[in-house]
Design a protein around this ligand. Structure first.
Ligand code: FES
Length: 105
């Protein structure tokens, strides 16, 4: 298990346990953190948008072309922070990953 540090849309902090090999989105959805994840993790809806702590952004595998295209279509896109949580697969390297749930579009 890996620990994630999540700030919800009300500014409250949460510490979640995430299974390695699952997506960050799955942990957020399972813990009712307010993401819809309508497409179920197919990189097609952007309702799993989060803003990473800047220090973490460069540590992760960069977003793919499809993810980047979808992110850039969002009103609340922030270069260097925005990611789709369904595209981040949890590993031991993500211990204490800090992220904020993206604003509703
Ligand atoms: Fe739809 Fe992530 S769940 S893009």
């Amino acid at each position: 298990m890996t620990t994630l540090k999540v700030t919800d849309r009300d500014g409250r902090s949460h510490t979640l346990e995430a299974y390695e090999g699952s997506s960050v989105m799955e942990s957020l959805r399972d813990e009712d953190m307010g993401i819809e994840a309508i497409c179920g993790g197919q990189c097609a809806c952007a309702t799993c948008h989060c803003l990473l702590d800047e220090a973490w952004f460069d540590k992760l595998t960069p977003p793919g072309e499809d993810e980047t295209e979808l992110l850039e279509s969002l009103d609340h896109y922030e270069a260097g922070r925005s990611r789709l949580t369904c595209q981040i697969i949890v590993s031991s390297q993500h211990e204490d990953l800090e992220l904020t749930i993206g604003p509703e579009e």
